[in-house]
Write a protein that binds this ligand. Structure first.
Ligand SMILES: NC(=O)c1ccc[n+]([C@@H]2O[C@H](COP(=O)([O-])OP(=O)(O)OC[C@H]3O[C@@H](n4cnc5c(N)ncnc54)[C@H](OP(=O)(O)O)[C@@H]3O)[C@@H](O)[C@H]2O)c1
Length: 258
């Protein structure tokens, strides 16, 4: 097997923190680059890794994993010395939109990362792409060191996966947030919903969600829907109405297909 290259993580946010931790667990100590000195010091203290603020210090024998906000990717690629191999972790950034004269790749983990919330890297799907065949192989090898689920994916497939992930995670989590807020307003604990939330997620693991929708919208229970809408206001009311319509439209579509 080829020797593992030196790894540098650029960025000090959620993904940077977890990737650094995953590599450390496999005995690989990355160096971490960032612009924020206090956060770098926290990385040094918590994860015991070397840190650096100067991207110009990156050397050709280093593989860079760019874990920065999507808008910052082109600017940072520009500041990394020419010839250094760079892979970014963004779901929706198209490789073809970035400079063609650089060796670039994608190291996209399809998971939600929050600092301080532990994750098992082995269960995270990684999607890999590169504009250079050798670099792509290197990224596949690297991903397989930390995860059991590693695939190649085009920018378009990765984009579709990311968009679906936004609906499945970001939107669903937002609905949990709205539910928590609504219950708090009525002096009730969000804990009462947790068995229901666990069961919803468990069922999605083995049955198509299209087959197990329940509730007033799918039953076309107009009276209950009207009552619920009257109890809500502002964006919560809009969200309830939009999702109710969406569920009902799906039902109509399914019936049309029968
Ligand atoms: N979080 C997730 O669940 C998740 C999952 C899969 C993929 N991703 C992708 O992974 C990447 C990082 O996401 P994240 O959640 O880790 O973001 P994050 O927690 O918001 O961290 C973003 C990092 O980018 C740095 N940054 C932003 N603009 C910069 C600039 N102009 N120059 C230098 N550094 C800059 C920030 O530095 P400062 O702290 O100094 O501002 C911070 O270290 C994104 O492409 C995201 O789409 C995220």
């Amino acid at each position: 097997m080829k020797e593992i290259p030196k790894i540098a993580i650029v960025g000090t946010g959620n993904v940077a923190f977890h990737l650094t931790h995953f590599f450390i667990e496999e005995g690989i100590i990355p160096s971490v680059f960032g612009r924020n000195k206090p956060t770098l010091l926290a990385f040094e203290k918590e994860l015991n890794v070397p840190t650096n603020q100067e991207l110009s210090a990156l050397t050709l024998d280093t593989l860079v994993l760019l874990c920065v906000s999507d808008q910052a990717i082109p600017e940072i690629i520009d500041r990394v010395p020419n010839g250094v191999r760079i892979a970014y972790t963004s779901g929706s950034t198209d490789l073809r939109s970035l400079p063609k004269d650089r060796v670039l790749g994608v190291f996209y983990p399809l998971q939600t990362f929050s600092k301080g919330v532990e994750l098992d890297a082995r269960e995270i799907p990684f999607f890999i792409e590169s504009n250079d065949a050798e670099f792509e192989k290197e990224l596949l090898t690297l991903a397989r060191i930390i995860s059991n689920i590693v695939h190649k994916a085009s920018s378009m497939d990765r984009y579709h996966l990311h968009l679906a992930a936004v609906m499945s995670n970001n939107f669903v989590n937002h609905l949990f947030h709205l539910s928590e807020k609504y219950l708090q307003e009525h002096q009730l604990s969000f804990d009462y919903l947790k068995p229901l939330i666990r069961e919803t997620i468990r069922k999605a693991g083995f049955i198509s969600p299209s087959l197990i929708q329940t509730g007033p919208a799918i039953r076309n229970d107009h009276e209950i829907i009207a009552k619920h809408l009257a109890s809500l206001s502002g964006s919560e009311k809009e969200v309830y109405a939009v999702l109710t319509r969406s569920i009902q439209n799906t039902k109509e579509k399914n019936q049309d297909e029968l």
